[in-house]
Design a protein around this ligand. Structure first.
Ligand code: TXA
Ligand code: MG
Length: 352
């Protein structure tokens, strides 16, 4: 299949976007930009489209898809139990990087929800995404537009790398603003539960909701029997091809350790990559050094991590060392993704 790429900078973009909507209505797939990461969109109410999404991504079909809407009130068409808590979240965070899980209505096929009786709903904050959703009939099922197991795409070129030839169209809307996937909150139970940390952080959620629990599988103390409530959190996602380690400890100790490790890796003929901060990068002596962002600007770190992991893949990096970015608000989301990328492998230099 030929994958057409259209760009928001094209002269005939508006008419191309109408075509994108028609592709969705006919059951095809279109990747589109959102403020978090690029999504792989299909008609959420068409079971065949959802099956195609799983096929194109190579994703297990028990891993449910998020339904994206363009108008707040459309949530009532697909979800039950839109209560006071949901309304508060929608009012504070929509459009934006927050996904809410509620009981599904019959109109949403089980193919879209991976067999669950709940549905995840999000209204993205990206003009192009909102127009596209509206032109497509209003309900777009979209996982991140990467092949299953690869880092999520934050640029149209990442989408093409993974899905070129497998989907009808890619809408290029430039770099994603946020760079990590939406925060997911489950409201289908008595107490709201954070299923995936993201840009809307736990402190803000506590302010809005009063109380919220955290899925134990993301709280860091996972035991073998724990199954995360968001099925997708179970898979070894976001994985680079190289073997990856998070190095934790005080800044000087971390820098010294990484320098030592990279030195011996390179002596053994391996290509090593380092993920550092703008503030620390100059201290590394060898290896391929990439700056995630500045410690003074948490959002700049979140924005870059997936692109760096992909770049390391394309450079054929064998081994990756990342500093820990334990920042106050976004640290939870950033480290959740990096720990998964590393398969939870940590070199701990902390004294406790
Ligand atoms: O930022 C985002 O959320 C991006 C953009 C494209 O909107 N989408 C995204 O989708 O990250 P995906 O499919 O890569 O991740 C969706 C996550 C998975 O972990 C899935 O298991 C979980 O949401 N999920 C979806 N529906 C659910 C449900 N009904 N109950 C619990 N978890 C659900
Ligand atoms: Mg994903």
């Amino acid at each position: 299949m030929n994958t057409e790429i259209i760009s928001i900078n094209d002269e005939e973009f508006n008419s191309k976007l109408i075509e994108a909507g028609q592709i969705i209505k006919k059951g095809g797939l279109v990747a589109f930009p959102t403020e978090t990461v690029y999504g792989l969109g299909g008609d959420a109410l068409n079971p065949e489209s959802s099956k195609k999404i799983y096929g194109a991504k190579g994703r297990p079909s028990d891993n449910p898809l998020i339904v994206h809407i363009a108008k707040i009130d459309d949530i009532y068409k697909i979800a039950d139990g839109v209560d006071e808590r949901a309304l508060k979240l929608m009012k504070s965070c929509w459009p934006g990087p927050l996904t809410i899980v509620l009981r599904k209505k019959d109109i949403v096929p089980y193919e879209t929800t991976g067999g669950l009786d709940t549905v995840a709903v999000r209204m993205p904050k990206n003009e192009c995404a909102l127009k596209f959703i509206e032109l497509s009939g209003g309900f777009i099922a979209a996982p991140s537009a990467n092949s299953s197991g690869r880092p999520s795409p934050t640029m149209a070129s990442h989408v093409y790398e993974d899905l070129g030839g497998k989907i009808e169209m890619i809408i290029d809307g430039g770099d994603a603003d946020i760079g990590v996937e939406s925060t997911i909150v489950d409201l289908s139970g008595d107490v709201p539960m954070l299923l995936r940390p993201g840009y809307i952080d736990i402190l803000l959620l506590k302010e809005i909701l009063g109380e919220i629990s955290i899925d134990p599988s993301i709280a860091g103390n996972v035991s073998a029997g724990d199954r995360p409530k968001a099925p997708g959190m179970m898979y070894r996602h976001y994985a680079p091809k190289g073997d990856m380690y998070i190095v934790k400890g005080n800044q000087d100790a971390v820098i010294n350790k990484i320098n030592e490790l990279v030195d011996s890796d390179e002596a053994a003929g391996k290509k090593a990559g380092i993920i550092a901060l703008e503030e620390t990068a100059d201290n590394y002596k060898c290896g391929i050094i990439r700056m995630a962002g500045s410690e003074k600007d948490e959002a700049s770190i979140a924005k870059k991590i997936y692109a760096i992991l992909r770049e390391f893949d394309s450079l054929g990096v064998d081994i990756i060392y990342s500093e820990e970015f334990d920042t106050p608000r976004l640290g939870m989301a950033i480290m959740n993704r990096l720990m998964k990328a590393a398969g939870h492998k940590v070199i701990n230099l902390k004294e406790d």
